[in-house]
Unconditional design. Structure first.
Lengths: 226, 514
């Protein structure tokens, strides 16, 4: 069933209660959460940042890999209030952007089927730091989409994207091979300095290095309780 | 002939054969091997393309990749769809339930051939066919599924695949790519004659405007006109209509009324005097009746085609093609080689036309000597190999006919008459009746159809091989592997989209390179 999504409106949703913490927690068991490149420099210390393909379009996007099963993820020891460590796509919940047309700015919507709806505090009664945080996250996400797409496009054009060969071995369990994950090949990025694509190196390098650094977090996946 | 460097190559003909050959030479010789060669393709301003063959082999994927073509662009521009094999209807018996598959994937290793056929004949309670028992691809075809998903990179597949394509669109597509990206010089003019060396080798082509085009090596891709191999060198044509009776075709382009599923296999339905091909492209079906003019009239053959299509066929224009099945006595002579229809033509039952172009072009790209003095060795080698390949293709096509139990028309009675079957094929069939075919029967590196293809046709056509009892342990092991494979089938099928669904997604979003 399609979720009930409405354009957020102060009078329509005057009496609506939202528990932002519960809304955020509802995404804590997801294996992958899409991210934008402006988040790389905070998320790189917590999670592996990978490229994955969309199942309907085949297009690449950036995501953080949080787990390899539905049972345990890297968010399990995080607080729902720890904005520093949470991806924007969790911090925005239960809000979302509604795109009516590519030519106009998107509207701010709310998912009335989200966890946390009709619980917690009244949305518009007081100053709400949670609502401000969700709105700020949504805004940053929207701004970040275009530059993230440009980063991915450049990485693909320069042949920097490579398949991630990753196997996770839990204690006493067979190895799990992670399929469908891609990352940036940092050796190829380094070679850009010497070629004709030096300008592109400057554009892409800081994000590519952040993404490469984030892969150290892969080892945390093996410590997840399953 | 002087012992000059071979530097200037002239390709005569701007159809699929000409552009593919020129493209492969440019990609392999010039780009990959770094040879200093110039390739000029001369295309007639007045003669159109025959446009034969809408089916291909998986080799075309390798070729397109070698040419540097984007698979997404190719699919968008050539009306192309995915092909995973052929379904042969009514070939063994003239009944609605008779069919078998020749898929493009090799059979899974479920045991020795003797054990598989023994198990299929004696313990096969669910009535699995040979291809069902050994390969997933028949089930994917029957469900109309694509061989890959939108997340699969270009040219890779979850299942092996080739393409169905619009050959005229393909020629234009490859032409544009070759001129733009592979530095092939394109000239439009008619070749009206040849200026020859004293030994007959070509020194230049005379063109309709009075000018000349000279080269060191010439590739005749001029189609049935065979401007160089026939008109100049007068190399005899070997008529094979004593083995393959079909010599005519009527074809229609049948637009879809709605946007139905696209079959991901070629449908080949036997008739009383030949067979009907039915190929699903994006915007239409290409349907044709290949028939023997000795066994039916042109009018009757056209009516069979119209009956097959039904009411939709009433106003569709029919294109008629006449040909002599067979090939040149030799394909390479002096400084000229014939590729494509100028070399020969047989019915498109196993989509061998474009395949032979690819095989020829790769051979030339690999072996083309640096100097004229090396040409005679190439001539001998190329002619030996490609004569063998033509013979083996003709033998494999005849296999489809001669195993039939059909006797309902003179066409089938003649086709199953041992006098029409090549001696080598008869010997193999005798041998395989006594013992299962073996890889040792297919040791030539020039073989076009491998053991696995023979098995799909032989056992699809209910050919009986005497088997020995391999013992309970071996039979149980094979049965276990077959059952395990059948269990994995659901997971595979649920991961694949419909053929049309994937084509639509590719047209909209494209495939990723990796």
């Amino acid at each position: 069933m399609e979720p009930r999504i409405e354009i957020l409106d102060e009078s329509t949703h005057r009496d609506l209660n939202v528990d932002f913490s519960e809304a955020r927690a509802s995404y804590f068991k997801r294996r992958l959460i899409p991210v934008v490149i402006s988040e790389f420099f905070t998320l790189m210390f917590h999670y592996p940042i990978v490229f994955v393909k969309d199942g309907e379009t085949g297009k690449f996007s950036c995501s953080v890999l949080l787990g390899v099963s539905d049972e345990a993820t890297l968010l399990d020891d995080k607080s729902t209030e720890d904005d520093e460590a949470l991806p924007l796509n969790i911090r925005r919940l239960p809000l979302l952007a509604i795109d009516h047309s590519p030519d106009s700015e998107p509207m701010i919507g709310i998912n009335l089927d989200s966890a946390g709806i009709n619980r917690g505090d009244q949305l518009f009664k007081h100053d709400s730091p949670e609502l401000d945080s969700a709105l700020a996250a949504l805004s940053e996400l929207y701004q970040g989409h275009r530059e993230t797409d440009a980063y991915i496009k450049t990485a693909l054009e320069l042949g920097l994207v490579s398949k991630l060969q990753a196997e996770i071995q839990f204690n006493d369990k067979p190895k799990v091979t992670l399929e469908g994950l891609y990352s940036v090949d940092i050796n190829k990025v380094e070679r850009l300095i010497d070629g004709d694509q030096k300008d592109k190196f400057l554009t892409i390098a800081r994000y590519a290095y952040a993404q490469n650094f984030s892969l150290y977090n892969m080892r945390k996946l093996t410590h997840l309780k399953s | 002939m002087n012992n000059n460097d071979i530097k200037n190559i002239v390709v005569v003909g701007g159809g699929t054969a000409g552009w593919l050959t020129a493209g492969i030479l440019a990609a392999k010789c010039a780009r990959e091997q770094g040879r200093d060669i110039n390739i000029t393709l001369i295309e007639s301003a007045t003669i159109g393309n025959v446009g034969v063959g809408e089916g291909t082999w998986p080799s075309l994927r390798t070729t397109l990749q070698a040419l540097g073509v984007s698979e997404s662009d190719f699919i968008r521009d050539c009306d192309a769809t995915f092909k995973q094999g052929a379904r042969f209807n009514r070939w063994a018996e003239d009944s609605d339930t008779d069919f078998y598959y020749h898929p493009l994937m090799l059979p899974a290793n479920v045991g020795p051939l003797n054990t598989i056929t023994h198990w299929l004949n004696k313990f096969n309670s669910s009535g699995l066919s040979y291809s069902q028992a050994t390969c997933h691809q028949e089930a994917a075809c029957e469900a109309g599924l694509a061989p890959k998903a939108i997340t699969t990179p270009e040219y890779q597949g979850n299942l092996n695949y080739a393409y169905h394509l619009d050959t005229n669109k393909f020629s234009t597509f490859i032409k544009e790519h070759c001129v733009k990206n592979l530095n092939i010089i394109h000239k439009v003019n008619d070749v009206v004659g040849v200026r020859a060396e004293p030994d007959g080798a070509i020194s230049a082509l005379t063109l309709a405007d009075g000018s000349e085009l000279d080269g060191d090596f010439y590739i005749d891709c001029s189609g049935f006109s065979a401007l160089l191999i026939d008109k100049h060198f007068k190399v005899p044509f070997i008529d094979k209509s004593d083995v393959l009776f079909c010599d005519s075709a009527v074809a229609v382009q049948c637009p879809y009324e709605l946007e139905p599923d696209i079959a991901s296999h070629t449908l080949s339905t036997a008739t009383g005097s030949g067979w009907i091909w039915d190929i699903g492209l994006q915007s239409r079906r290409g349907i044709g009746h290949v028939y023997s003019s000795r066994h039916t009239s042109d009018e009757a053959a056209e009516q069979v085609l119209r009956n097959y299509i039904g009411e939709k066929a009433r106003d569709l224009p029919v294109k008629a093609i006449k040909y002599t099945p067979g090939h040149r006595e030799k394909f390479w002579i002096k400084n000229c080689v014939a590729v494509g229809l100028s070399a020969g033509f047989v019915e498109p039952l196993e989509a061998s036309s474009i395949l032979l172009v690819e095989l020829s072009a790769y051979w030339i790209a690999e072996k083309l000597p640096l100097k004229n003095s090396g040409l005679s060795r190439c001539e001998q080698q190329f002619n030996d190999i490609f004569r063998y390949r033509w013979d083996s293709i003709i033998e494999f096509l005849k296999l489809h006919y001669c195993l039939s139990n059909r006797r309902d028309s003179q066409f089938w009675r003649d086709n199953t008459d041992p006098d029409s079957i090549p001696r080598e094929l008869l010997n193999k069939l005798d041998m395989w009746q006594e013992k299962s075919p073996s890889i040792l029967d297919f040791l030539s590196r020039a073989d076009v159809f491998p053991l696995e293809s023979y098995c799909y046709v032989l056992y699809g056509m209910n050919f009986k091989t005497t088997t020995h009892d391999p013992g309970d342990k071996n039979l149980k092991s094979t049965e276990h592997k077959i059952n395990r494979q059948r269990k994995n089938l659901d997971a595979l099928l649920s991961s694949l989209p419909k053929n049309r669904q994937l084509i639509d997604a590719i047209k909209k979003h494209g495939l990723q390179k990796i």
